[in-house]
Write a protein that binds this ligand. Structure first.
Ligand code: MG
Length: 408
């Protein structure tokens, strides 16, 4: 069965306020969007992922999505539309005829578990359409006319009736559909006004929609209060034994790398391609900044070095960006109970001048490690004309990383 995931991230989060779209906000060190995409991209049953972003973001996607676009499991980025159903329709247009089931998910729900995704896909494969939903635990009142009093309290509406709670389910995502069912549903999208989910379109198209058990932790981040709850869920998800593995202390590691400058290669440092006549030689992209920082992070956790984790002969890393190695190293130390507290690197290069690129390098490295940009420092300097680095034949990088216990 070929399953395609669509991540609906086209909204601008008007209800949230603030300058950043809500899907780019950080929760416990990782963007909400990155968490949501990762849940589906890492799911064994899902073959490909399509992410619908606001057009300005689709034109300049975050680094973690650009990197995923080059990985084994394709992550395609499409521009979203004015309404949610337009974004999903744009994404659906790129879904091939070989897809059996499409599973749709809100980017603003970063905590969907692999089990929940599996249940929803399985139910849709069997019944045509299925959505995650949780039964209401509160008594549900149907509201009527608004009171006319002067105070806010008095303007609350009156109760018209009490609905039987056991028939009330609160819809979440994922929502999954056989391809033909979703096609019928989206055909109604133009005439349907604004639909808050795809299931309501499928219902209108006459398809039965099955409920599968959702999860209370699968919250949708809509307001600043939700963000605080998301932080608590993300930190609570780290088991105490995982947090304890670091021994509670701080650890420091160093890293060093040197690559020769050669003709015919792009110069990539800290994940940023820098205009220059020559680039760094090497099996990979030759990104000595990422390599030195990767070694520093692994070294701090006594978790080996770049050679032990990323063999030249392993096809998994063939053509990988060195930012992927860095991201993997950060994941390795997190599994051992550490968070990266900060990294600092000195790049020794006679030419080119690095200062115009430092901010972009710090941002890309911070993004890969999953920390804030303020936790990453990269500095350029020359070797005063001394030795091969000073002659401009090579670039060397020294790095240190400090790891602390996983925050909770
Ligand atoms: Mg290297």
């Amino acid at each position: 069965m070929h399953v395609t995931a669509i991540i609906a991230a086209g909204g601008r989060g008007h209800r949230f306020g603030g300058a950043l779209p809500k899907q780019l906000l950080m929760v416990a060190g990782r963007a909400v969007l990155e968490r949501s995409v990762a849940a589906f991209a890492s799911h064994a049953a899902i073959a490909e992922v399509v992410v619908a972003l606001p057009p300005e973001l689709a034109a300049n996607p975050p680094v973690y999505l650009r990197e995923r676009a080059r990985s084994d499991k394709p992550v395609r980025i499409v521009a979203g539309g004015a309404r949610r159903q337009d974004s999903v329709a744009n994404a659906f247009q790129t879904v091939g005829a070989d897809t059996d089931v499409v599973v749709i998910h809100d980017a603003a729900r970063p905590f969907a578990t692999a089990d929940l995704i599996s249940r929803t896909i399985a139910a849709a494969a069997e019944s045509g359409a299925a959505i995650a939903a949780v039964q209401s635990r509160d008594t549900v009142k149907l509201a009527g006319a608004t009171g006319q009093g002067a105070s806010d309290e008095a303007r609350l509406p009156f109760v018209l009736g009490t609905l039987p709670r056991d028939t009330i389910y609160l819809a979440q995502t994922p929502q999954a559909f056989r391809r033909g069912v979703l096609r019928d549903a989206l055909a109604l999208a133009d005439s349907a006004g604004t639909a808050t989910d795809e299931a309501s379109l499928a219902e209108r198209a006459g398809h039965p929609v099955r409920l599968v058990a959702g999860e209370l932790s699968n919250i949708k981040i809509t307001t600043p209060d939700d963000l605080a709850m998301a932080e608590a869920i993300a930190r609570g998800a780290r088991a105490p034994e995982e947090r304890g593995r670091s021994g509670g202390g701080f650890r420091v590691g160093t890293g060093y790398d040197l690559h020769c400058l050669v003709e015919g290669r792009p110069l990539i440092l800290g994940g940023v391609t820098i205009p220059f006549a020559r680039g760094l030689a090497g099996h990979s992209d030759g990104d000595a900044v990422c390599h030195a920082i990767t070694d520093a992070i692994l070294g701090a956790a006594a978790a080996g070095n770049i050679g032990t984790h990323f063999s030249d002969s392993d096809p998994q890393w063939k053509g990988a960006s060195s930012l992927d190695l860095l991201r993997h190293a950060a994941a390795v130390v997190r599994e051992r109970g550490f968070d990266v507290a900060n990294v600092d690197a000195s790049v020794v290069a006679e030419r080119p001048k690095l200062s115009p690129h430092i901010d972009a390098m710090c941002a890309a490295v911070a993004d890969a490690i999953g920390v804030g940009a303020a936790q990453v420092s990269i500095k350029g300097r020359t070797n005063e004309g001394v030795d091969a680095v000073g002659r401009g034949d090579a670039i060397a990088v020294h790095a240190v990383a400090l790891l602390g216990p996983l925050r909770d």
